[in-house]
Design a protein around this ligand. Structure first.
Ligand code: CP
Ligand code: NVA
Length: 303
């Protein structure tokens, strides 16, 4: 009988079953309210950042410290990754030193390659395709507002069909809530992720932000040009005209609706100051929840 246990990764929300995702969110809640004190004493996490970060870096690094472990920050500028060391060699070398790897990069296939060659858990800290850790924190924020029954909720996504939109669709696929996306033509979410979500959830794609927010409990958006798309910023600004979340749009959602944004935000572009700094905004609870959900993910995978 083999005693080898399969390592677990978190590359996508859909890597976790509905039960596992629910357990993860319950664990994040217990960590937040001080009802769980599991630790990762002596464990180390390598954090590869090929794109910038504030929240993801800090929440993983402080999260590991709070759990009694240690995190190492590795960037393109000061590791051999930036000089072209193959990802499969990096995966094998890191597997000899640390207990888990978190990576933020461009192509999702790079994270999948890292995972294939690493013998330790790999966590996706954002790719061009997905941002699963952020959406787990967003789900915790939704449960704090409306309770744990996600199937009752409707989430309106306004703007770019980007890594955040795709991860919301994966969350709907697992938890069965409604997602209504308003994206300009040419900026739709990933078609395979969209079709899969439709099998399990009420999912709508429209060009009309007003249609998307009707009956929404959560209105959420993100920057119009993500990291790596800076050169398209001007063209995108024109394409996304009319897709700003402002007071007029918020008024068409339920009066109890909350506003979420993964941050960083561009006030006056995808969201008005009055909305992001207004009474319906939960952006700082959402940012705080990154640390609780990161710790829950770390404990599930490395514990
Ligand atoms: N929301 C988010 O992932 O923020 P950072 O880019 O600062 O990590
Ligand atoms: N969509 C954004 C999210 C940043 C946290 C980006 O990829 O830059």
């Amino acid at each position: 009988m083999s005693l080898v246990t399969q390592k677990r990764d978190f590359l996508s929300i859909s890597d976790f079953s509905t039960d596992e995702l629910t357990r993860l969110l319950n664990r994040a809640h217990r960590l937040k309210v001080g009802k769980e004190d599991s630790q990762l004493i002596g464990k180390s996490l390598a954090m590869i950042f090929r794109k910038s970060s504030t929240r993801t870096r800090i929440s993983f690094e402080v999260g590991m410290t709070q759990l009694g472990g240690h995190a190492l920050f590795l960037s393109d500028h000061d590791s051999q990754i930036g000089r072209g060391e193959p990802i499969h060699d990096t995966a094998k070398v890191l597997s000899r030193y640390v207990d888990g790897i978190m990576i933020r990069t461009f192509g999702h296939e790079e994270v999948e390659e890292l995972s294939r060659h690493a013998s330790i858990p790999v966590i996706n800290g954002l790719t061009d395709l997905l941002h699963p850790c952020q959406v787990v924190a967003d789900l915790q924020t939704v449960a704090e507002e409306f309770g744990p029954d996600y199937s009752e909720r409707t989430v309106a996504w306004i703007g770019d069909g980007n890594n955040m939109a795709n991860s919301w669709l994966n969350a709907a696929y697992r938890l069965g809530f409604s997602v209504r996306l308003a994206c300009p033509e040419g900026y739709d979410p990933d078609p395979l992720i969209f079709e899969r979500a439709k099998q399990m959830a009420d999912v709508l794609l429209t060009r009309d932000p007003c249609e998307a927010v009707q009956g929404a409990d959560v209105v959420t958006t993100d920057v119009w040009a993500s990291m790596g798309q800076e050169e398209e910023a001007r063209e995108r600004m024109a394409a996304f005209t009319g897709f700003s979340v402002d007071d007029t749009l918020m008024q068409q959602a339920f009066p109890s609706a909350i506003f979420l944004h993964c941050l960083p935000a561009h006030r006056g572009e995808e969201v008005s100051s009055s909305v992001i700094d207004g009474p319906q905004s939960r952006i700082f609870n959402e940012a705080e929840n990154r640390i609780h959900t990161q710790k829950a993910i770390l404990l599930e995978l490395l514990g």
